[in-house]
Design a protein around this ligand. Structure first.
Ligand code: FES
Ligand SMILES: [Fe+2]
Length: 385
């Protein structure tokens, strides 16, 4: 069978959502390689979830903005003169150019670079060159199209659905669980991103395997995370993996920058929060195609003074080494997911509860979309008169 020959419904039905963890398998290889699944995810998973797009200190002042890609759409988030945070499709109402073209910055109005249409920071239409002589132009019909936006802790989220459920109910138990970690003590330090030749779900699966790969892939990390003490907990749209840190077996560099307890949170579909005492990094997983993705790391530290510079740089270097190990294996997995020798693999019950949750949430979203599509009214064709 050629790629794309298998009906989408058959691919979705190949996954048994009812199977308990002890009986469960992964998603089949097609989920990670078929471009139709990638497109379906854009219109479902990434269009019906709150998606993290940045951190609040990037949009703290009036006129500060960020631009981002969500579900294949370009979105801008900007703080208004009135202090209100708003988001819009970054699509000019004239001929659809990107209104803002930089990842972030500060402006006093939103000016399209193509023909100079101007929108106020609240998204309303302000002016267009040579508008005289154009009849029945309604400024109210030509503002930027809004997108839902909200914040939680240090993070900015958007939702493409015009009437989403509130962010806090989407986050569920995550809000309570994270509160004691006191993120307000941490300060943004640096952003780094990596492009990886794999489906975004390969990266998420790797994150959610409950430490199963750590002794084999990450020798440095393994020495300080006792394999047997590692715990995995799932609730709502969240997986929390925890481990005490045992400095006795670790190398001096790793032990010097990792203290207390490791807490790794994943929020469906694509956000990870990795916390150690005095340290946080967030990983935002952005799908680019069925076999390419970008992961954006934001590093936060409690102490960002010059005195802590060397320690913070070392900490990021430790994280980068672990990333390199993960990225290589993710690319290797992606190459084999389309092998004729592979269908789906068994989950390991002790470790892979997070993947089990992820796969069930994802397949539920995809199935809902296919069902909705099947019930769309059929438009009358012109040939029928
Ligand atoms: S496309 Fe923006 S002004 Fe023409
Ligand atoms: Fe890893």
């Amino acid at each position: 069978m050629w790629p794309g020959d298998r009906p989408l419904s058959e691919i979705l039905n190949s996954y048994s959502s009812a199977a308990p963890l002890a009986e469960a398998s992964t998603l089949s290889g097609d989920f990670y390689t078929d471009p139709r699944i990638f497109h379906l995810e854009r219109t479902t998973v990434f269009s019906r979830s709150w998606i993290a797009v940045g951190h609040t200190s990037e949009v703290a002042q009036p006129g500060q903005y960020i631009t981002c890609q969500v579900g294949g759409e370009s979105v801008l988030v900007v703080r208004g003169e009135d202090g209100i945070l708003r988001a819009f499709f970054n699509v000019c109402r004239h001929h659809a150019a990107h209104v803002l073209t930089q990842p972030c910055g500060r402006v006093d109005r939103l000016k399209c670079p193509y023909h100079g249409w101007i929108y106020r920071l609240d998204g309303t239409f302000q002016s267009a060159p040579e508008l005289h002589g154009t009849h029945h132009f309604d400024p109210l019909q030509n503002g930027l199209v809004p997108v839902a936006v909200d914040t939680w802790e240090k993070f900015v989220f958007v939702h493409l659905d015009p009437n989403p459920k509130p962010l806090h109910s989407f986050l569920g138990g995550l809000v309570q669980s994270v509160a004691p970690l006191n993120f307000s003590r941490l300060h943004f330090y640096e952003r780094r991103s990596w492009d990886i030749a794999c489906n975004w779900k390969v990266f998420v699966d790797n994150y959610l395997d409950g430490g199963y790969h750590i002794p084999f892939l990450h020798q440095g990390l393994s020495a300080i995370l006792p394999f047997k003490s590692y715990t995995i907990e799932t609730f709502d749209r969240v997986c929390l993996q925890k481990s005490p840190i045992d400095p006795s077996g670790g190398d001096a560099i790793t032990v010097g920058v990792r203290r207390g307890e490791a807490q790794y949170y994943w929020l469906y579909p694509n956000l990870m929060l990795n916390w150690y005492q005095g340290y946080l990094d967030t990983n935002l997983v952005i799908p680019l195609s069925e076999n390419r993705m970008r992961v954006v790391f934001d590093f936060y530290f409690e102490d960002t003074s010059p005195a802590a510079e060397e320690r913070n740089r070392t900490s990021m270097a430790v994280s980068e080494r672990i990333q390199d190990e993960d990225h290589a294996i993710c690319e290797s997995v992606q190459r084999n997911l389309s092998s004729r020798a592979y269908g789906a693999g068994r989950l390991i019950a002790r470790r892979e509860a997070g993947e089990h949750l992820f796969h069930r949430l994802l397949v539920a979203d995809l199935r809902a979309a296919l069902t909705a599509r099947a019930h769309l009214p059929i438009a009358p064709s012109n040939a029928d008169g």
